[in-house]
Design a protein around this ligand. Structure first.
Ligand SMILES: C[S@@+](CC[C@H](N)C(=O)[O-])C[C@H]1O[C@@H](n2cnc3c(N)ncnc32)[C@H](O)[C@@H]1O
Length: 267
């Protein structure tokens, strides 16, 4: 199983030399939704590469075994809930272009409440378009979800189904901020996202594995309880409590991130 990647050189050069990203780690229970433009450059140099690596490794390991999943499709779509700077989107596209050389177009809907993060994503994806042959089409959606009502409004405007639905290290912030009062955020977001998945689609939930001080509960335990309550049973997951992924780039060799992941399918 692949668990270590090096950031592609064009991407490394672009985020650190052109955009001014910085490597700087933060504390547990961080709420990136509140970060300003300068903080976001720390995010880009630290957590964006980690999300790239996690997504790249999980998708590449899975699709090497299950290459028929999207075979023959010329177009794929990705919905990312809490996309931030979107390292995971870049990681997934990198795998898809390797695995499916006939792919012609990828449509992406990144949703996030932090407009600084989305602006950085827009720059990175625009740069990525220069390095690949297929067409990337994206519509960044700056939406701050404060409660159930906002989620239902988003539900009404989000049309259609997506081949790939993802949420990386975002639901932990809904837990910390008690966005859905004291209800399980994993359950409600999974219930919201699951119907947006195509019949042969892949739904990947990734999150940090810390003890959450607001709920006084370990996040992977809340994740399991949330999926169970949402009646989601068909998935593969990391072995053990968490899985470590390593990413190397110009500002850090073998940077480690430990996450819990669940790769959910309908069929
Ligand atoms: C830790 S970051 C993860 C970003 C990205 N998925 C990644 O892995 O690099 C969490 C993201 O969730 C977003 N987020 C948190 N709470 C949110 C809310 N209530 N509404 C919309 N976005 C939210 C933040 O703005 C932030 O970009």
């Amino acid at each position: 199983m692949e668990t270590h990647v090096t950031l592609p050189k064009w991407l490394d050069d672009y985020i650190f030399n052109e955009l001014g990203a910085r490597y700087c780690r933060s504390n547990a229970d961080m709420t990136v939704i509140d970060w300003d433009k300068s903080d976001m450059l720390n995010y880009l140099g630290t957590y964006f590469p980690r999300s790239y690596a996690e997504a790249y490794c999980i998708f590449s390991n899975y699709l090497e075994q299950q290459s028929n999943r999207f075979k023959g499709q010329e177009e794929l779509s990705i919905l990312d809930f809490g996309s931030g700077t979107g390292g995971e989107i870049i990681g997934i596209i990198t795998v898809l272009t390797k695995q499916y050389p006939d792919l012609k177009k990828i449509k992406i809907i990144p949703i996030d409440g932090n407009s600084h993060a989305l602006q950085l994503f827009d720059k990175v994806i625009k740069e990525y378009q220069k390095h690949i042959n297929l067409c990337l089409e994206w519509l960044s959606s700056p939406i701050h979800i404060d409660d159930f009502y906002d989620l239902s409004v988003l539900d009404a405007v989000l049309r259609g189904e997506y081949d790939i639905v993802i949420s990386f290290k975002a639901i932990c912030e809904f837990v910390t901020k008690q966005q859905f009062e004291n209800r399980n955020a994993y359950e409600h977001i999974a219930r919201f996202l699951m119907p947006k998945l195509t019949e042969n689609g892949l739904f990947l939930l990734v999150d940090v594995t810390t003890y959450n001080d607001t709920t006084k509960e370990w996040l992977p335990k809340m994740l399991n309880m949330g999926l169970h309550s949402a009646n989601i049973k068909k998935y593969i997951q990391n072995e053990g409590y968490s899985q470590a992924f390593l990413v190397t780039h110009s500002h850090k060799i073998n940077d480690v991130s430990k996450v819990a992941w669940r790769l959910i399918t309908k069929a």
